[in-house]
Design a protein around this ligand. Sequence first.
Ligand code: FMN
Length: 351
Amino acid sequence: MSMKSLRVLVLICSTRPNALGPAVGAWLTSTLTPSARALGVELAPVALGDLQLPFLDEEEHPARGVYQHEHTRQWSEAVAAADGFIVVTPEYNYGMPATLKNALDYLGGEWAWKPVGFVSYGNTSAGTRAVQHAKQTTSTLRLVSLGSTVALRIADAQQQGGFRPADHHARAAVDMLEELARVGHALAPLRAHDQATPGPLPGSYVKRLHLDDGPHVTVLQRCCWVDEAIANNTLELPALHETPAQVRQWLADWHATGLWHAGRLLGMVRTVRHGSALRIGRLAVTPDLRGRGLGRWLLRIAETRSQGCDHILLTTGADSSRNLAFYRKQGYAPLPATNNGEISLRKDLAS
Ligand SMILES: Cc1cc2nc3c(=O)[nH]c(=O)nc-3n(C[C@H](O)[C@H](O)[C@H](O)COP(=O)(O)O)c2cc1C
């Protein structure tokens, strides 16, 4: 739902002087630039030769992510920040070039659940054996191979001294990018899951909500605040009306935590500090999962952000009897005054 842009590294694998690889990479990026813009894809060309990666020289297995060398840390950061890859590879002796194998072997989890497309080139095989060879390694790393490929026979693409693949290759490249964007978005929940803390339901995970999560938050709020509207006999509740853009604004100011499952936002809570008070708000659990302790669990998560505070404040509708009973049970005491149909509750923290 949130159409976050995708960062795609275009890996140019050959490193020989006067190699054809850079020309293939330049053709590819110029061919794909208009479609990339339309699809919200940022193409970032990376020449593997520029990474200055020696043959793998890390002591620990890459799965541990413990890197001693600066070149590995930089490569790790670049791959971790990417959402997908296009590998521009020659075929050397019926296989992938050693540069590609080495660059893949350096890292572990950074590759996982990201789409990879191949643009190969060579003689009669058009580099396809290099692609088959590379897939054996990329699938082990949980990179997800695209069905679309671009396979260029060098003799066909080299015309009048320049490198000009035929129009059908350009169309194949655009098809591949479209597939990459679809798969990249579809795999986003798996990537988020791997990077997040496990939640209380099997397969669920917790992560801080970011600006791009605005549409998910908007949907959750509108579902959850219907009961609040009925209980308090009013539609004048910001959570019912806020647009994704308005949600984005408060996501920038609050620390909000989301509970997710397979890309679906199941629940959330937000906190902000005001002096010695921690303010908690927008505690919500999707209606179909109420009664499973998820609200209590999210409230505990929010309360862990109270270090250095001497009390916690939250508000709910003055007639939200279910919420009031819930918060009382969690140690919150209602304050006497109501404001605009809302009641504040306070919990003092032991110093
Ligand atoms: C070490 C080496 C091995 C090669 N093996 C193959 C091969 O197995 N299949 C093929 O189609 N071309 C092969 N070639 C020819 C390459 O396709 C051609 O030289 C291409 O330009 C190599 O890409 P590069 O210029 O980006 O390094 C080989 C070239 C080199 C240098």
